[in-house]
Design a protein around this ligand. Structure first.
Ligand SMILES: N[C@@H](CCC(=O)N[C@@H](CS)C(=O)NCC(=O)O)C(=O)O
Length: 378
């Protein structure tokens, strides 16, 4: 829970699944601080810490572009393992005293872990306070990553059904990045989906207290927040625009024709006698063919939609095309498009794809499509 008073102070609390001694050490030990003490998307540069009353500390945080943000201060109170107070001043021009704020951290035992309460006072205005609120939220996420036995899965929770292609795209992206996460299996419009997505759709994602919805935004966050393989092409503006173009093709035309008008007709039959609605499926087939023809030309001799490495477009294409291949019409539709089949096979062999599909067998993804529900649901 977080509260912000109008006096330009910040108070934040965070539960951490680790003993108080460990949390205290993480807050004060140089090597530990180097592992987590910056917001997501940055890395810690140099750290020094002399955690005694009157001792100094200094931390630098480095953006991906190499911009260095330095901060330091003096320990005011060091009561291991329950209380810590220190001044905080970002590097800058002019009067250092005017830039100096005070941080007080109280650690209490709670539910087998630690409740961290932080009070950060002395901000000059609400905007600076709010910037720090955002920054600390992300920094505490990294503290939890560092201390929680589940690592990043102590923060990162994907809310969505394993069968959803959008959810699968997010899971593939997290696996490509090497980010451990927990899956909360939730169907669209269930209370857990409505709680995080204003339109009740899936997927959505928590990173600690941060909430994200809409796949494209989630993928962007994953890419920028976590180290590891880039999810977007890094080699120039044209490639990045192409990645957006292909993602948009799949989102706007691919999902509609393949999933809404074909796959969902099998999974949630809406025709007479609980059968799939033939008219809807038949009308979708030329549009699916058009999507496949477009993708086939886009791949050409390459295995990926943009350049020689997978990007967000491939992570979304793979679950869509894989599911299409399991539909009764899928093999015949795909037969014409060797480039699509080759690219799909390459993606299907990736560990990220395999892990995102491990819990799908027999749930509408098997060769013989089993309806999930006999009702109209398109
Ligand atoms: N614009 C959303 C679309 C997500 C979406 O449509 N997900 C499907 C499941 S794959 C869903 O929630 N469908 C429920 C509905 O259409 O009401 C995104 O990009 O995340």
């Amino acid at each position: 829970m977080t509260t912000q008073a109008a006096t330009f102070e910040l108070e934040m609390t965070r539960f951490i699944r680790a003993p108080r001694e460990k949390v205290f050490e993480a807050l004060t030990d140089e090597a530990a601080m180097a592992a987590w003490h910056c917001p997501r998307g940055l890395r810690v540069g140099d750290v020094s810490s002399d955690a005694r009353v009157g001792g100094r500390y200094r931390i630098t945080m480095v953006t991906r572009d190499g911009v260095v943000h330095g901060s330091g201060g003096v320990y005011q109170a060091v009561d291991r393992p329950s209380f810590l107070a220190y001044t905080w001043a970002w590097d800058g021009e002019g009067d250092a005293a005017a830039r100096t704020t005070l941080i007080e951290v109280t650690l209490s035992e709670k539910d087998g872990g630690t409740q961290l309460h932080m009070r950060h006072t002395g901000f000059p205005d609400a905007a600076v306070r709010d910037d720090h609120h955002q920054g600390w939220t992300s920094v505490f996420n990294r503290l939890v990553d560092y201390l929680d036995p589940a690592g990043t899965a102590g923060n990162v929770v994907v809310v969505g059904s394993p069968i959803s292609p959008y959810t699968r795209a997010v899971r593939i992206a997290l696996a490509e990045k090497g980010v451990a996460y927990a899956l909360k299996p939730v169907a669209p419009h269930k209370p857990e989906a409505d709680a995080i997505h204003p339109f009740g759709r899936i997927p959505a994602m928590y990173d600690g207290p941060l909430e994200f919805y809409e796949t494209r935004a989630i993928l962007r966050y994953i890419d920028e927040a976590f180290e590891g393989t880039a999810l977007f092409p890094t080699s120039g503006v044209t490639s990045r625009a192409r990645a957006e173009q292909w993602y948009s093709v799949l989102n706007d035309y691919g999902y509609d024709a393949i999933v809404k008008r074909c796959v969902l007709q099998y999974l949630f039959p809406s025709g007479a006698d609980g059968q799939p609605n033939r008219a809807i499926i038949d009308a979708a087939l030329p549009d699916i063919d058009r999507v496949l023809a477009t993708l086939d030309a886009g791949y050409g001799p390459r295995d990926y939609l943009v350049g020689n490495a997978p990007c967000i477009a491939d992570y979304f294409a793979a679950p869509l095309l894989h599911t299409l291949s399991k539909m009764p019409e899928g093999p015949a539709l795909l037969a014409k498009y060797a480039n699509v089949r080759r690219a799909l096979a390459v993606m299907e062999a990736r560990p990220s794809f395999i892990s995102a599909h491990a819990d799908l067998e027999g749930k509408g993804d098997a060769p013989n499509v089993t309806p999930l529900r006999k009702a109209s649901a398109a």
